[in-house]
Design a protein around this ligand. Structure first.
Ligand code: ADP
Ligand code: MG
Length: 245
């Protein structure tokens, strides 16, 4: 579904990504871990060209993301749902309006169509009863679930999550992970950058470890966490365990 080939990204003289190859099958959940500054966000942002790759190709369901321009690029971007650490909801619009907006303006759906789809997606994330609320009246976990509903309403082929629970109080993390788990069980193709290792063990098909802009190691969660091969991954995991203890 998503194919990254020999992706390179430089900012000026700084090499941030080197020869990244990643293939995500339909319905697969690929989990990406790595220290801060290892290039995880840049890789996700290159997938929908929020960052322009320096070289390499990215394909979504067989179509070249990297060769798109103008309207074709806009259309391609809509097929790639993004959820960030901050939720970026419009504070002066209701939850329902937030989930409708891009459907109307980017996909050209009628308001009744967009509203029906928005209510379906809010139901899916357990927030239909909050449709008329303002985002500020919701908890961070609820706001993030609205952001997920907004992305889903555009019928993406893949969902990319960049540290979706990092800004949340610990007691709110579970509700967001539960929605992500449910999406996975329903067959959504997902790439998740996160430090929630328990979730990775439970829900990931594959874990990719990045360090210094390269993929150092990848494999099933049991192998990555239980039998890490590289010194860099072992060091990363032991630092995580120390900070959790
Ligand atoms: P991660 O998400 O793994 O923490 P990032 O992808 O955010 O890592 O960053 C990778 C590296 O790229 C960092 O060294 C960061 O400073 C650098 N970087 C990210 N964005 C820019 C930018 N717009 N200009 C220059 N350097 C950047
Ligand atoms: Mg990041």
């Amino acid at each position: 579904m998503l194919e990254i080939n020999q992706l390179e990204k430089r900012f000026g003289q700084t090499q941030v990504l080197t020869s990244i190859d990643l293939r995500v099958k339909r319905g697969e959940l690929v989990f990406v871990i790595g220290p801060s500054g290892s290039g995880k966000s840049t890789m996700l942002r290159c997938c929908n060209r929020l960052e322009e790759p320096t070289s390499g190709t990215i394909l979504l369901d067989g179509a070249h993301v990297t060769a798109c321009h103008g309207r074709a690029l806009d259309a391609m971007r809509l097929k790639i749902g993004m959820v960030f650490q901050g939720f970026h909801l419009y504070p002066h619009k209701t939850v329902l309006a937030n989930v409708m907006l891009a459907q109307v303006h980017a996909l050209g759906r009628s308001k009744p169509q967009a509203e029906a789809r928005a209510m379906d997606m809010l139901t899916r994330v357990g927030l239909a009863h909050k449709a008329q609320a303002m985002p500020g009246a919701l908890s961070g976990g609820q706001q993030q679930r609205v952001a997920i509903a907004r992305a889903l309403a555009l019928d993406p082929k893949v969902m990319l999550f960049d540290e979706p629970t990092s800004a949340l109080d610990p007691e709110l993390v579970g509700s967001v992970l539960a929605v992500m788990k449910q999406l996975r069980d329903e067959g959504m193709t997902m790439v998740v950058v996160s430090h929630e290792m328990g979730f990775a063990r439970e829900a990931a098909d594959r874990v990719v470890f990045m360090d210094g802009g390269v993929v150092v190691e990848e494999g099933p969660p049991d192998a990555i966490f239980g039998n890490p091969q590289s010194d860099r991954l072992r060091a990363f995991l032991s630092r995580l365990n120390q900070s959790a203890a």
